[in-house]
Ligand binder design. Structure first.
Ligand code: ATP
Length: 464
C-alpha cells in the first residue's frame, strides 16, 4: 500500500527531518525546499546508487562534473535561448498565470473560468550577471543551466580523447539545474532549483536508435525496481512529435503515479530521448548547413568523431536518459510508505525503504538507560558499526516508542542491548518489516548486518 497522496509524505517529511519548507523564518519561498538530516542522506543514497549502477558496474560509461554556469554561447547554439519556452496564458477573470499545456478541460485551476488570453512564450532559463558590471550591460548575461546535458556535450571530445574511448560509450553527470517554472508546486515534484541525473550515450549515426531508446527504458525500469518502486506505479508514455523538445526524434517518458487519488494520476519521473546528432553538431565549427554555410561560426572546436574501423568522420548520435533526483526521491518515499497495526490496535507508519536507500541502517537502543553498563555497551557498539554503516544511538524513550520512530524513517534494523547482553555478549536484532527478532553475537554483528544490507541486485547491465 503506497502513500494515498503526496500530502501524507509532506507531513511525514517535515515531522521526521527529511524535507523542510525553505526560508520558513521569512514566510517561505514559493516551492523551494530544504533537505534535512534524513533527506540529505536519502538523496545521497539515490545518487550513489545511480552512479554505482552506471559508472562503476558498467564498462562503457564515464562520469564528469561540469560547471553550472557555462559560456552563454552554449545556450545560444543548443537552441535553449530561442526555444526553451513554456507557453503562458492568463486567466482574464482572476488574473492567474498558468502553463497552457497543464490546463485541464480548459478550466482555470484557481477560479474555474474558461476565459484565457492568447498563449505566449516565456523563456524559463534563470538569468544572472557575471562580474561587477552595470545593470544594463548585456554582455555580462549568463544563465544557470536548465539541464546538465550541455556540460556533457561540450566535453565530449575531452572525455573521449582523455579516456581513449570508442563508440558506443556514455558520459554521466549528476547536479543541480534551474528552471524559472511558471507554476512550480506539488512539493518537490516541480521546483525552480532541482537536481538531475543525466547520461548521454553516444552511438554511431547508423545504430538502431529506436531500439536503444527501448533498451534504456528497460534498464531504468529495472533500476527503479531496485529502488523499491513498484512497476504497477510506472507507466510508459510515447511522447508525440508536437510535444517533443526541438532536438528529439523519439522520447519515451517514464511516468509515476504521484497522484493516486486523482483521475489523472501520472506525472513524469524521467525521460529517455533520442537527441540525434543535434547537440554535437550545433557546437561544432565545421558543421555546414544545407547551403554550405557554417552553422556555428563562434565555436573553436569540432566535436566530430573519427571511426578507425570505417575510416569515417561523423557526429555521433545520442540517447539520453534524463532523470530527476527529487522526483525519484518522492516516488521512492511514496512507494515505501506503509501502515501496520500492532498488538494494541495502534496504527504505525513503516517506511519500507530498500536497505541501500535507508538514511540510517541501524539504531542502537539500550533497554535500560539508567544502567551505565548497558548504555556503555550500546554506545560502544554504535561506534564500532559507524565505520562500516550509518548507525545512531537513541535512548530518549521507551523501547516501543524507539522502535516506532525508527520504523517511520525506514531504519532496517534496531539493535537492542539488554541485561542479558552484559553476560552473553549478544544483542537483539529487530527487523523493520517483520518485527521479528534474532539474537546475534556482538562479535558477528557488523558482518551479519552488512550481509543483510546488500543492495538489491540489478540484472547485469551488459555493454551494448
Ligand atoms: P516537465 O514536463 O514535467 O516539466 P520536462 O519534460 O521539462 O518535465 P526534462 O527536460 O525531460 O523535463 O528533464 C528531465 C528530468 O528532470 C525530468 O524527468 C524530471 O525528473 C526532472 N525535472 C525537470 N524539471 C524539473 C523541475 N522543475 N523540478 C524537479 N524536477 C525536474
Amino acid at each position: 500500500m503506497p502513500a494515498p497522496n503526496i500530502d501524507t509524505i509532506v507531513s511525514l517529511a517535515k515531522r521526521r527531518g527529511f524535507v523542510f519548507p525553505s526560508s520558513e523564518v521569512y514566510g517561505g519561498l514559493g516551492s523551494a525546499w530544504d533537505y534535512g538530516p534524513l533527506g540529505v542522506e536519502l538523496c545521497n543514497n539515490v545518487k550513489q546508487a545511480w552512479w554505482r549502477w552506471l559508472v562503476y558496474e558498467r564498462d562503457d560509461i564515464e562520469g564528469i562534473d561540469s560547471s553550472i554556469i557555462l559560456n552563454r554561447l552554449v545556450w545560444k547554439y543548443s537552441g535553449h535561448e530561442a526555444t526553451f519556452n513554456d507557453w503562458l496564458v492568463d486567466c482574464r477573470k482572476c488574473k492567474g498565470r498558468f502553463r497552457s499545456d497543464k490546463i485541464v478541460d480548459n478550466k482555470c485551476p484557481s477560479c474555474g473560468a474558461s476565459d484565457w488570453t492568447e498563449a505566449r512564450p516565456f523563456n524559463t532559463m534563470l538569468q544572472t550577471k557575471l562580474g561587477a558590471v552595470a545593470d544594463d550591460d548585456a554582455t555580462a548575461l549568463a544563465y544557470l543551466r536548465p539541464e546538465t546535458a550541455q556540460g556533457i556535450f561540450i566535453n565530449f571530445l575531452n572525455v573521449q580523447t582523455a579516456m581513449r574511448r570508442k563508440l558506443p560509450f556514455g558520459i554521466a553527470q549528476v547536479g543541480k539545474s534551474f528552471r524559472n517554472e511558471v507554476t512550480p508546486g506539488n512539493f518537490i515534484l516541480r521546483t525552480r532549483e532541482f537536481e538531475q541525473m543525466e547520461m548521454e550515450y553516444f552511438v554511431s549515426p547508423t545504430a538502431e536508435h529506436s531500439q536503444l531508446v527501448d533498451y534504456w527504458v528497460e534498464q531504468y525500469l529495472e533500476w527503479f525496481g531496485s529502488l523499491g518502486i513498484n512497476r504497477d506505479n510506472l507507466y510508459l508514455y510515447e511522447v508525440p512529435e508536437d510535444e517533443r523538445a526541438h532536438y528529439s526524434k523519439r522520447t519515451v517518458d517514464i511516468m509515476y503515479k504521484y497522484f493516486p487519488e486523482r483521475e489523472k494520476p501520472w506525472e513524469e519521473l524521467m525521460g529517455i530521448a533520442w537527441r540525434t546528432d543535434f547537440d554535437l553538431s550545433a557546437h561544432s565549427k565545421n558543421k555546414l548547413d544545407a547551403e554550405g554555410k557554417r552553422i556555428n561560426p563562434e565555436s573553436t572546436e569540432d566535436l566530430s568523431y573519427f571511426d578507425e574501423a570505417t575510416k569515417q568522420r561523423f557526429y555521433p548520435h545520442v540517447i539520453e536518459p534524463a532523470a530527476g533526483v527529487n522526483r525519484t526521491v518522492l516516488a521512492v518515499l511514496m512507494d515505501a510508505y506503509s501502515e501496520k497495526t500492532n498488538d494494541k490496535g495502534e496504527t504505525r507508519v513503516i517506511l519500507k525503504l530498500t536497505p541501500q536507500l535507508a538514511p540510517i541502517k541501524a539504531a542502537i537502543l539500550p533497554l535500560a538507560k539508567n544502567k551505565p553498563e548497558i548504555v556503555g555497551m550500546a554506545k560502544a557498539i554504535k561506534r564500532s558499526l559507524q565505520p562500516v554503516l550509518r548507525a545512531v544511538y537513541d535512548d530518549t524513550g521507551g523501547i516501543g516508542k524507539l522502535y516506532a520512530r525508527q520504523d517511520e524513517i525506514g531504519t532496517p534494523f534496531c539493535i537492542t542491548v539488554d541485561h542479558q547482553s552484559l553476560e552473553d555478549e549478544a544483542v537483539t536484532v529487530r527487523d523493520r518489516d517483520t518485527w521479528e527478532q534474532e539474537r546475534i553475537k556482538v562479535s558477528e554483528l557488523a558482518e551479519h548486518l552488512q550481509k543483510r544490507l546488500k543492495p538489491y541486485p540489478v540484472a547485469a547491465a551488459e555493454t551494448i
